[in-house]
Ligand binder design. Structure first.
Ligand code: UDP
Length: 327
């Protein structure tokens, strides 16, 4: 079976991608430094520990498995941290990705699937966020991802590297079989934090700002189920293998939910109150990020099937109650 090199395959989205790749007949080779990932999440193929910035180690892994494509998930991905420690974002997300891309080209592996983000768009009033929207990131996280998109374009022109770039909106939910799930230490993402508060694992959720220009004053995001998201990656891989060329796709559902709506739905799913406090706005947050594109559906044939807020929170709750990693 063809090998796919999956960087960040021990992380939340990468581990779900490995499951989907295995189901699609590929062998996912996880390359991860385990700084934020979990060895326990590597269940669907071989594991190679290593850092993105370690070119010699990458060369070794490319030589050992001769992957036919790379899926590059490994990244630092927290807006708050990107504001306070931008250097880490440039070094890891841009420097590390550049090293990986160079190693991939040197190994003759020219199909590349990249995890980018809607945070590359930044703040746009009353503008539909489609793939042609100008990218004006508000934080070093979005800026670092945009920079990698630029690197990929340069490497296509110079070396023929083909890429599918996915700009994710907000990923939530978990494998309904709870083999893998979302597990960050520390946790910073809304849905698991809400569920932690519901379960009494933390005192309360802090809502970051209630004075945004939205109907209930809290930020609006477009949530997409992690299983739907990784299905798009398998389609993206086939797109490259069918020689359809480089392409950028938004991955969102086109429907936005506020922080309060996520809390309300969590209360309905769990039948428990969500303890909360109201805090300051978080630096770097945009008011509203909702995908305005159906390109992935139209061109890739992507059909999200689990991305209702109810199913995402239900699956996240199922994993939250049964699953966790220890190492
Ligand atoms: N959020 C919040 N409290 C938290 C964490 C997040 O109010 O403890 C809000 C955050 O301001 C944003 C939304 O929830 O509007 C989603 O944040 P998350 O960190 O999950 O994803 P991001 O949008 O940063 O990718």
């Amino acid at each position: 079976m063809a090998h796919i090199l999956v960087t960040g395959g021990a992380g939340y989205i990468g581990s779900h991608a490995c499951k989907a790749l295995k189901q699609a007949g590929f062998t996912p080779v996880v390359y991860d430094n385990l700084v934020t990932g979990w060895k326990d999440a590597v269940k669907f193929g071989p594991f190679e520990q290593g850092d993105l910035t370690d070119r010699a180690r990458l060369d070794q892994v490319f030589a050992k498995y001769q992957p036919v494509a790379v899926m590059h998930f490994a990244a630092l991905s927290q807006v708050g941290e990107a504001m306070s420690q931008p250097g880490r974002y440039w070094a890891n997300n841009v420097g590390g990705s550049l090293t990986l891309i160079e190693a991939s080209v040197a190994a003759g592996c020219l199909d590349f699937v990249f995890s980018s983000t809607c945070a590359t768009y930044g703040e746009h009033d009353n503008v539909v966020l489609d793939e042609d929207t100008p990218q004006l990131p508000l934080n070093a996280y979005g800026a670092s991802k945009r920079a990698v998109e630029d690197i990929l374009k340069g490497f296509e022109a110079a070396y023929g590297l083909r890429s599918v770039v996915f700009r994710y909106f907000n990923v939530a939910g978990a494998d309904p079989e709870a083999e893998v799930g979302e597990f960050h230490r520390p946790e910073t993402h809304l849905v698991p934090l809400v569920l932690d508060a519901v379960a009494g694992k933390r005192d309360a959720l802090t809502i970051f700002g209630t004075d945004y220009d939205t109907p209930d004053g809290t930020c609006i995001r477009d949530y997409v189920h992690v299983c739907d998201l990784v299905d798009a990656h398998v389609l993206g891989l086939k797109w490259l293998q069918d020689d359809k060329g480089s392409r950028v796709f938004n991955l969102g559902t086109g429907t936005g939910f506020s922080v309060r709506e996520v809390m309300d739905q969590s209360r309905r799913v769990t039948n428990r109150e969500v303890p909360f406090t109201i805090g300051e706005r978080r630096a770097g947050d945009c008011t509203k990020l909702v995908s305005g594109s159906t390109r992935a559906e139209q061109e890739l044939g992507w059909k999200p099937s689990r991305s209702t807020l109810d199913t995402m929170i239900r699956d996240a709750w199922g994993w939250h109650q049964t699953g966790h990693y220890e190492s």
